[in-house]
Design a protein around this ligand. Structure first.
Ligand code: NAP
Ligand code: GLV
Length: 326
């Protein structure tokens, strides 16, 4: 029997599955946890199940001497100090795959919303009223279909974005850490170095994890390479983009617009972004469909139950430590 601490509300049936397997479960009753509550919660826990807004740093590991598993409710694990997890032989799990298509859908929702000015014009209609159909309205948008799409990070989500782009008859460029000849053929996309991708794309979609290498991958220099008619879409992680530089580029008209699901200092949003009409902002909802959140919770609990039975789960982020302390 293991002591499981869950640092946010999750679906009760998943808590029940852990309990029915004989484990004792404590669930933090809120959606966000304060550091002192987290430190207290993990003090005697062998398993921590957490959302990606829970920062699992050295201090948290130090406060959890019995910790064997951290199961992240998300695919990105930049909220977890992996070096510390490895040093302590703590197994880290995440939720890849089950959210891929839901996040790729949001990439398209953001692309269409910013290019066709959906949010801006919804606000306009509610405040100014519908002026009637006119042939030359002051609010013409730009086509997504047929445009050039630049995908940065052709992994699970990047590929799902490319699959959708084929339906929009887009020309697809990608830049990724490694070339993907199989995907190039399957998706009809072409590899380009980052600079070339930025220079040629009408829409740049960021789909990489946040790592030391991708931190501020898009800064002032990269933004200045983009076309003044191009849009930047970030569904990856906020710090992949230098947010201050992005605000400057948008203010100066160096790019046409941006649509952002993630922010550099979440939950803070750069005040400059809030003032701009050519920006669409969503509160980190990439995987936030009801079905996908259920699948993520189930995957996290499946992984925990599998690991606690001494079997290696598929969704292990640091297989090198397996079986760790289990
Ligand atoms: P994935 O399958 O691992 O794909 C990531 C891709 O990024 C891989 O192709 C990887 O290249 C590439 N990459 C890594 N480092 C790079 C670098 N320095 N330069 C260029 N490319 C690099 O992961 P995924 O499931 O698609 O998820 C990607 C990320 O999306 C997550 O880590 C998370 O941060 C973010 N995400 C956001 C939301 C949201 O709510 N907005 C939801 C889910 C995920 P290789 O193929 O060579 O490894
Ligand atoms: C969400 O941002 C995730 O990484 O799953």
């Amino acid at each position: 029997m293991a002591k499981v601490f869950i640092s946010c509300r999750i679906f009760p049936e998943e808590v029940k599955r852990l309990e029915e397997a004989g484990h004792s479960v404590e669930v933090h009753p809120g959606d966000v946890i304060a550091k002192d509550e987290l430190l207290q919660g993990v003090a005697d826990a062998e398993v921590l199940v957490c959302p990606l807004s829970t920062k699992v740093d050295k201090e948290v590991f130090a406060a959890a001497p019995n910790l064997k598993i951290v199961a992240n409710l998300g695919v990105g694990v930049d909220n977890i100090d992996l070096r510390e997890a490895n040093a302590r032989k703590v197994v880290v799990l995440n939720t890849p795959g089950v959210l891929t298509d839901t996040v790729a859908d949001l990439a398209f929702a953001l692309m269409l919303a910013v290019a066709r000015r959906v949010v801006e014009l919804d606000k306009y209609l509610r405040t100014e009223g519908f002026p009637g159909w006119t042939f030359m309205p002051p609010y013409l948008g730009h086509d997504v279909w047929g445009a050039t799409l630049g995908i940065v990070g052709l992994g699970r989500i990047g590929s799902a974005v490319a699959r959708r782009a084929k339906g929009f008859r887009m020309r697809i460029l990608y830049y990724s850490r490694t070339r993907k000849p199989g995907l190039e053929e399957e998706l009809g996309c072409r590899f380009a170095e980052l600079d070339e991708l930025l220079q040629e794309s009408d829409f740049v979609v960021l789909c990489t994890p946040l790592t030391p290498e991708t931190h501020h991958m898009i800064g002032p220099r990269e933004l200045s390479l983009m076309k003044p008619t191009a849009y930047l879409i970030n569904i990856a992680r906020g710090p992949v983009v230098d947010e201050g530089a992005l605000v400057e580029a948008l203010r100066e008209g160096k790019i046409a617009g941006a649509a952002l699901d993630v922010f550099e200092r979440e939950p803070e949003v750069h005040p400059g972004l809030l003032e701009l009409h050519n920006v669409v902002l969503t509160p980190h909802i990439g995987s936030a469909s009801a079905g996908t959140r259920r699948r993520m919770a189930a995957m996290a609990v499946d992984g925990v139950l599998t690991a606690l039975q001494g079997k290696k789960p598929e969704n292990i982020v640091n297989p090198e430590v397996w079986p760790g302390r289990l």
